[in-house]
Design a protein around this ligand. Structure first.
Ligand code: ADP
Ligand code: MG
Length: 540
């Protein structure tokens, strides 16, 4: 025991309490790693203060200046001083409040941390009076009344002036500007009721008005996403917009996900959305989307860490399935559906009954009376021109591929029995794997038997000639995924169509579950209007 108490003694002599300013600087490392995280904290404070207008200006990628101005509730002179102290917050009083948290911030750390590593100026006014507080490296250097309307302006200059190590590790102004832009854009998507402006070196990077329709907000900030999702199940709701298969990207930059209105990064949900695209999207591409998930707060933990953008879900496989189903269902909507109209997201279950997809279109039973008042006009090569409300141009090859693919995938799709079985020689290792090969092929209606090292094929899908099969089989061996090979096979079958055949094809397409995209994700049809015709003739 003797030597142990010696150490304890030494330790007590070494430990010293850190000065308050240093504690704040260390904490600042967690809360404010870079200019973008400061912008995020300041905007979230403005939102918590009920702002309807938030203006952000930056210089030097935020390292020279970050100014965030809002028209929120403002602060009293006492609060204006207090808010710079660590763990000073108006948002929770006790641990119990954490459960019912509706605000973005609650730790009361951000302002103290930001002020401790910058030249900081706060101007804030409530209905009665306005106050100005200046601080340098966390030390208040001046306090006094000032003139300003209700709301708050925070200016952060010379970021990390007193933490040279951190300053050295900052990215270029160009890179941090891009990060800030991304953060402002992301937050603005979830708050279509609030006006946002972002200005960098006098260039306006973003300007959106208040009280905007949520779909318009997405279009203004990003671009048009044609597929609309609105699904609910077991107290969970997803809504949002998804880009079509033609809008995919090489990475996940086009993905915006919000859980209970907070921006979240979730590899789980990214994968689920991709699964929902099925064969319509390539292995290495990523869909673009803006999706809002609402669920009871106790089913998800989003407060793991102030900087962590990841959410932890109670039931991950349920969430995965919900997203996959929601996305795959958008491909099953009717052609030219009138967009489901709902008011800007109010993000609550109680007051917002959900429009669900029209039931008849979810199951594509051929006995349904189809009432498509359309009129085939002409076949031009592999295209059909169709009158339907406006004009539609239909890619017959894509329509044909979709029909074939779905008939192949159907449990009782059309098949042809071969009079003479087709014999495919297998390698020794393939023969060992013969049972699995047979089972896989059966999913496309291809029946086969293993005879030693020969695979004997007895039935083929109606659309596949015996002569096609061996190429198909070779492609499968190199590609591995049977569905993708089947997609490409269906797309490769070319035909010439008469107007009657084309019309028939269009009608058969109506029985498919997806009438918008071929199995490889190419659009089957597009509306054409006057402006398209003008483009053909080179008029603007
Ligand atoms: P938190 O947001 O976690 O409470 P902060 O350090 O970000 O902690 O802010 C501390 C407090 O300062 C907030 O609780 C709030 O009362 C006040 N505050 C900060 N920014 C604003 C603002 N823009 N408008 C009004 N009050 C604000
Ligand atoms: Mg905050």
């Amino acid at each position: 025991m003797g030597h142990f108490s010696d150490i304890t003694l030494n330790m007590t002599q070494r430990i010293q309490r850190l000065p308050e300013a240093v504690v704040n600087q260390i904490a600042a490392g967690e809360v404010v790693e870079n200019p973008a995280s400061i912008v995020k904290e300041l905007i979230e404070n403005s939102l918590d203060a009920g702002a309807r207008r938030i203006e952000i200006e930056i210089q030097g990628g935020g390292q020279q200046l970050i100014r965030v101005e809002d028209d929120g509730c403002g602060m009293s002179p006492e609060d204006a001083l207090l808010c710079l102290e660590r763990h000073a917050t108006s948002k929770i009083r006790a641990m119990d409040d954490l459960q019912a948290l509706s605000t973005m911030g609650f730790r009361g750390e951000a302002l103290a941390a930001i002020a401790s590593v910058s030249h900081f100026e706060l101007k804030t006014g409530n209905a009665a009076e306005a106050t100005r507080v200046m601080s340098e490296g966390g030390k208040v250097v001046s306090v006094g009344p000032c003139a300003r309307n209700q709301g708050t302006t925070i200016e952060v200059r010379s970021l990390f002036f007193n933490v040279p190590a951190r300053k050295k590790f900052q990215k270029s102004p160009f890179a941090t500007t891009a990060q800030i832009r991304r953060i402002v854009e992301t937050i603005s998507l979830a708050h279509p009721d609030v006006a946002f402006t972002l200005v960098s070196q006098r260039n306006t990077l973003l300007k959106v008005p208040s009280n905007q329709d949520w779909k318009l907000r997405i279009e203004d900030v990003l671009e048009k996403h044609p597929l609309e999702i609105c699904c609910s199940k077991d107290q969970m709701m997803i809504r949002g917009l998804v880009g079509g298969p033609e809008k995919t990207g090489p990475n996940r930059n086009g993905q915006y996900l919000f859980v209970n209105r907070r921006p979240i990064f979730s590899p789980l949900i990214s994968r689920a959305v991709k699964e929902g695209f099925g064969t319509r999207i390539g292995e290495s591409s990523h869909p673009s989307f803006v999706l809002f998930l609402e669920l009871p707060p106790d089913k998800v933990d989003v407060n793991i860490h102030p900087q962590k953008r990841e959410a932890r879900f109670q039931d991950e496989s349920k969430i995965f399935q919900f997203f996959e189903d929601a996305v795959s269902s958008v491909f099953e909507g009717p052609i030219l559906a009138k967009p489901i109209d709902f008011t800007p997201p109010s993000f609550s279950f109680a007051e917002d009954p959900l429009p669900i997809f029209p039931q008849p279109f979810r199951t594509s039973s051929p006995s349904l009376p189809f009432s498509f008042p359309e009129k085939p006009i002409a076949v031009i090569g592999k295209f059909l021109l169709l009158e339907k409300e406006g004009m539609l141009l239909v890619d017959l090859g894509a329509a044909y591929a979709r029909i074939l693919f779905e008939s192949m995938k159907k449990e009782k799709g059309e098949v042809q029995a071969l009079i003479w079985p087709l014999e495919i020689p297998l390698s020794r290792s393939e023969a060992m794997d013969g049972d699995r090969i047979s089972q896989e092929l059966l999913k496309l209606g291809i029946e086969s038997r293993l005879l030693g090292q020969i695979l004997a094929i007895d039935t083929l899908p109606a659309c596949m000639e015996a002569a096609h099969f061996s190429q198909f089989f070779t492609d499968w061996k190199s590609e591995k995924k049977l569905d993708s090979v089947a997609c490409r096979f269906c797309r490769s079958l070319k035909k010439n169509y008469s107007l009657e055949e084309a019309n028939l094809l269009w009608r058969r397409l109506q029985q498919c579950s997806d009438r918008k995209y071929d199995p490889l994700g190419n659009p089957i049809w597009s509306e054409i209007d006057e402006s398209d015709l003008e483009k053909i003739l080179g008029k603007t």
